[in-house]
Design a protein around this ligand. Structure first.
Ligand SMILES: C[S@@+](CC[C@H](N)C(=O)[O-])C[C@H]1O[C@@H](n2cnc3c(N)ncnc32)[C@H](O)[C@@H]1O
Length: 343
């Protein structure tokens, strides 16, 4: 792994941290290079399960939310602006020295955040630019107005949270999928990448459904889903869907799989979800999937299922149904060696 912009900025003295004490590091991706920091001083704050687990498995202290005070804060900017501002306000709140370091890509809005930090009255350090992004630190400033509400009320009585998928309203693709599968689901259902629970609530509107397992990696989204779904048949799993082993074979898997890493589209995420669905379904199980039309899932579907049909959609989305998963049925849950959290 090459030296990151963040580590280069620290080693060059462009940004500084207190000599001793605890450092809260907000949302570094699992691949981020933190080699310029003493790991014993670091607490990683990350709600996305694969990244959280990556740091935990390397021996770092990890949490979903910062607790108590720290001597300094570091924020790796997420893509969503409201979430980025919220993390900066949290970091400023928990930093005893007042020092907060911010690192972000241009495409994630680091320039406008830098400008906004200055506008909030912060004293900003030297700005270190490298690899299409910037690292800077600040002290002071008033960030009290930057905190986001923990939950946002949207249509149909749903709540969402800043930074989660489709935080402002129901996703058009998910609504198309819900309409296509209405009245056709029964038995044990698994919602892979369940988000704040829209599809699962639709699934549970059928009395023939006996269980609905919501598998979601983003902790904040799953917390919203708990709020949105009050049904004893629902089970909530904070887990990586591609590693999820479930509890026996499912009758249906429903999914609107993720397709972005940062700003870049990445079809391999959805392809991993398709492979997981084929593994999780029983012999007679069915996968219901919605995706942007341009995403190339047909080859994975044809390789993993005996029958694939397009049920409809619109100009932007395709709704697909896949049945007769190859090699499914009669298998017990597979052990992946990775911890899953059933909460
Ligand atoms: C396109 S969104 C769909 C959300 C929800 N089902 C809906 O219809 O509104 C995909 C979801 O997958 C989640 N996700 C991304 N990677 C994941 C992974 N490896 N395991 C589980 N969930 C993941 C994202 O956090 C996001 O909530």
């Amino acid at each position: 792994m090459g030296r990151s912009r963040f580590s280069s900025a620290l080693l060059a003295g462009a940004v500084e941290l207190p000599q001793t004490g605890q450092i809260a590091v907000f949302r570094p991706s699992g691949e981020q290079d933190l080699s310029a920091l003493d790991a014993a001083r670091v607490q990683i704050i990350h709600g996305f399960y694969p990244h959280h687990e990556a740091w935990r498995s390397r021996g770092y202290r990890v949490a979903v939310e910062a607790s108590g005070s720290h001597d300094a804060g570091v924020v790796f900017l997420p893509r969503a602006k409201a979430q980025a501002r919220d993390l900066i306000a949290r970091a400023a709140d928990c930093s005893q020295s007042g020092i907060v370091i911010v690192d972000g890509q241009k495409t994630d809005g680091v320039d406008s955040i830098l400008k906004a930090c200055r506008k909030a009255g912060a004293r900003v350090s030297e700005v270190f630019s490298k690899a299409h992004g910037k690292t800077f630190s600040f002290t002071g400033g008033d960030f009290s107005g930057w905190r986001a509400p923990a939950q946002l009320d949207i249509e149909a009585g749903f709540v969402t949270a800043p930074g989660v998928f489709s935080a402002d309203g129901i996703d058009t693709g998910s609504a198309l999928l819900a309409a296509a599968m209405q009245g056709q689901l029964k038995g044990r259902v698994c919602d892979l990448g369940a988000g704040w629970g829209y599809l699962s609530r639709k699934v549970l509107s059928s009395e023939k459904v006996t269980e609905c397992h919501l598998v979601e990696a983003e902790h904040a989204a799953l917390e919203c889903a708990r709020h949105n779904i009050d049904d004893a048949r629902a089970q909530f799993h904070w887990a990586d869907a591609t590693q999820f082993s479930g509890a026996g074979d499912f009758d249906h898997v429903v999914t609107n799989p993720p397709f972005h890493v940062g700003r870049a589209a990445d079809a391999s995420l959805g392809q991993g979800f398709i492979a997981a669905a084929a593994r999780l379904l029983g012999r007679r199980g069915t996968l219901w999937l919605v995706a942007n039309r341009h995403l190339p899932y047909e080859r994975e579907l044809a390789a993993a299922f005996g029958e694939v049909a397009e049920l409809g959609g619109d100009g932007s989305f395709k709704v697909l149904r896949a049945s007769r998963p190859h090699g499914a049925g009669g298998r017990g849950p597979q052990s992946t060696g990775r911890k899953q959290v059933l909460t």
